[in-house]
Ligand binder design. Structure first.
Ligand code: MTE
Ligand code: MO
Length: 417
């Protein structure tokens, strides 16, 4: 169900349910769904509606200057010029939720929390936060980008959160290697995939958001169970107390509010791994055309991209005065080779100065000084190339859910004398 007017929802609802200690039981029985229907029909008091605006506020949402797409589930991003930092501050990191932020995350409550590792392992584990912290801690800057980033640029239009260009960030993630944890459980030879679970349970009775990754990627030394973001305990919105960081891959691989990793002897087959969810056609399809579901492949790593973070879109510039153009570039599991810029609709291209990422899987930065000689309307176009010979397309190739959009960023500016 959708809640369009949260204002009417009092704070007591959550506490009421929590105090009865029956939240999990009700969820298990699918009672939240039934409860919502009852509320729609006016059969329950508002005190029992299982979503509240105060939860968002307590989670620090919406963030300042955020472009909010939806409140429940909460989805919001930032305009490119607000993403100019090399390391994205937490206040500027987009938020993408499929359902409600768990109460535990909002309350920063570790009571009863365990991370379960089970399935194709020699020894099942149920790790407390202390247990997790006893593994070596590592920190990497890692790009996190929603598979649907850029969806609003697809033609014909596609349903789903209409992300513009800002569902991407590169923050500093600290945690333990997933590899170390899996090794301490002991992988059986039959282990080929993970099924990752979190504590956010949809209120409408639908299947919880769960995705998985191949064991090879799980064993990558940079795949983390992150416990900190930019040096602080994970914020509620970003997955407290633990989330996966799967460098180079689409954001949906990076399970938040993590509480179980089910090691599987087959490719994870949850709803969000199936059908058209987070899957792309095995071949290019005609815009607007859905291929048969058997022709869909699981989306994994991101494609080569760049973002112009300076100047701001629609900025008024002065002819003859040099300005600095700046941005980032990244390429999933590949490395950035070069970024070129054009201001004449792609006729001529200029090389930019490229700064290497601070570690593998962080983004590269590029810049260039430009002077516009004449008055007029211009577009600054940026095009990144990776070390595997890929470059960004000039028009967006289409797929049914609008994933992996990487069309060149076109930034309009006005020049006056
Ligand atoms: N448990 C859980 N994990 C999740 C999600 C979710 O809805 N629930 N959304 C995923 C998606 S689609 C993305 S893009 C990232 C977003 O992470 P962020 O909100 O920290 O930016 O989290 C992923 N992990
Ligand atoms: Mo996503």
């Amino acid at each position: 169900m959708q809640h369009s007017s949260h204002e009417t929802i009092p704070n007591s609802r959550r506490d009421f349910l929590a105090n009865t200690g029956k939240v999990a039981l009700l969820m298990g029985m699918g009672m939240f769904g039934a409860g919502c229907e009852a509320v729609n029909q006016g059969l329950l008091g508002h005190g029992m509606i299982p979503i509240a605006l105060d939860d968002l506020q307590a989670a620090g949402l919406p963030k300042t200057d955020m472009l909010v797409h939806s409140e429940n589930p909460f989805n919001g991003e930032f305009a490119p010029h607000l993403l100019n930092d090399n390391v994205t501050p937490t206040e500027r990191h987009f938020v993408r939720n499929n359902s409600t932020i768990p109460k535990r995350a909002i309350d920063k409550d570790l009571n009863g929390w365990k991370l379960v590792i089970d399935g194709e392992v020699h020894k099942d584990l149920a790790l407390s936060m202390d247990d997790l912290q006893s593994f070596p801690q590592v920190t990497y800057e890692v790009i996190l980008e929603c598979a649907g980033n850029g969806r609003s640029l697809f033609e014909p239009k596609i349903d789903g959160t209409p992300w513009q260009l800002g569902a991407v960030a590169c923050s500093k993630w600290t945690g333990v290697r997933l590899r170390d944890v899996l090794q301490s459980a002991g992988l059986k030879p039959s282990a080929i995939y993970t099924g990752n679970y979190g504590e956010d349970i949809p209120t409408d009775g639908s299947e919880p958001f769960s995705r998985g990754i191949p064991i090879d990627k799980a064993m990558d030394e940079r795949t983390l169970i992150a416990l900190k973001m930019n040096g602080e305990t994970l914020p509620a919105a970003h997955g407290f107390p633990a989330r996966l960081i799967v460098p180079g891959w689409i954001g949906s691989a990076m399970q938040k509010w993590l509480n179980r990793i089910w090691v599987r002897d087959q490719v994870h087959d949850s709803e969000k791994m199936s059908g058209y969810s987070y899957r792309i056609p095995a071949y290019q399809v005609e815009p607007g055309n859905r291929p048969p579901v058997e022709d869909m492949l699981i989306a994994t790593s991101w494609r080569v991209k760049s973002l112009i973070t300076q100047p701001k879109s629609h900025k008024k510039l002065r002819a003859g005065t040099p300005i600095r153009i700046r941005g980032h570039a990244w390429a999933g599991e590949n490395e950035i080779d070069k970024v070129l810029v054009s201001t004449d609709f792609g006729i001529q291209w200029q090389e930019t100065q490229l700064t290497s990422p601070s570690n593998k899987f962080a983004w590269s930065h590029w810049e260039l000084e430009l002077t516009f000689a004449n008055k007029g309307y211009y577009e600054i176009w940026a095009r990144a190339y990776d070390d595997a010979g890929n470059a960004q397309p000039f028009t967006q190739p289409w797929n049914p859910k609008g994933y992996l959009g990487n069309v060149i960023h076109r930034l309009p500016v006005f020049v006056d004398t």
